[in-house]
Design a binder for this molecule. Sequence first.
Ligand SMILES: O=C(O)CCC(=O)C(=O)O
Ligand SMILES: [Fe+2]
Length: 373
Amino acid sequence: MAQEASANFSRVPILDWSLLSTPESRVKFIEQLRHALINVGFLYLAHPPVAREDMDALIQYTPRLFDLPQEEKESIRMANSPHFFGYSRLGAELTKGKTDQREQFDFGTPYESQWKPGDPEYLRLWGPAQWPKEELIPGFKETYLRYLAQVEQLSYEFIGLMAEAFEIPEEALAPFFAGRTRPKPGILQHRSKIVKYPARKEGESDQGVGPHFDGGFLTFLLQASDHPGLQVQNLSGEWIDAPPIPGTFVVNIGKALETVTQGLARATSHRVLSPPPGSTPRYSIPFFQNISQDICVGELVLDFKPEILKLKESRGPLGAVDSVNYGEYGQYPTGYVNLIGRVKSHPDVAQRHYPDMFKQLFPDGLPAQGSAY
Ligand SMILES: O=C(O)CCC(=O)C(=O)O
Ligand SMILES: [Fe+2]
């Protein structure tokens, strides 16, 4: 049917935040948002409410971070951290059991750990990040934290706009954010990382990161170099390019948000292909919006008007998708689901800090590849 064909996509739509400045253009933004959330699960956000100078400064810092001396990078390696923050060398991470060709630093928004022995283990996932020494990369931490504070606020505003697009009150989302629609900084912890995808070597794997869904609610990705490589799987299962557009974020939906919206907001499978041989590296900086750790999203699924839910039908039959992760959101607290994701991606870190869970998920011990150290 014509309608089914038109819901599929061959490019990721671009939404302009400045449309929110007048009531008429706001209506247009909300309509475009509704379409993107339901049918695509990905969008570019142009003119976002984040200072362009902070975005650009962070992009400038990115290669310098990877050029730090190897001992400095290793001194903040992820294996030090029960919160899975810190440095992972190239080839340290697994997606769908296969090695990703990327080097990265995982950071988070500021958070003081509340965990004490006897509490559920997953509460230990949130805690302080590891930062490189200030004198080696002056101003980096301050710039990144200023950037993260703005993206965190944007992430809550964006959830408010989603509520508008789906015609539910924004307050319906408060239980996911510790009871507030716009929680204060420090109440929740969101993750962000800085990633380098080196050029593929002739004849080697081009898996920058394998096909996956993101967890949590929303991801805001800053593409920090001009390399293509990010691809998104459309409704019929084809891979569509999402190349960098300067000054924009790529926004996509995590599995937890898909679950609580009854699938109205789509979590879309995506991957990154490494740059071709001889190229300079690709860099990216994703921000992952989290929700309260003890929430079991399967018990808090939102209600929608039947005419809104019906909009899912415009997607038509869905093609096969290559991603399978984060299917556990319906059953367990989100913190536990996130811990499963971390353990599978970084088994060596898990072996050290979460030995019981490690044994459950890797009964035969550490896989040959894929150790952060
Ligand atoms: O680097 C990118 O462009 C995307 C990375 C990604 O999808 C992820 O880390 O979840
Ligand atoms: Fe992702």
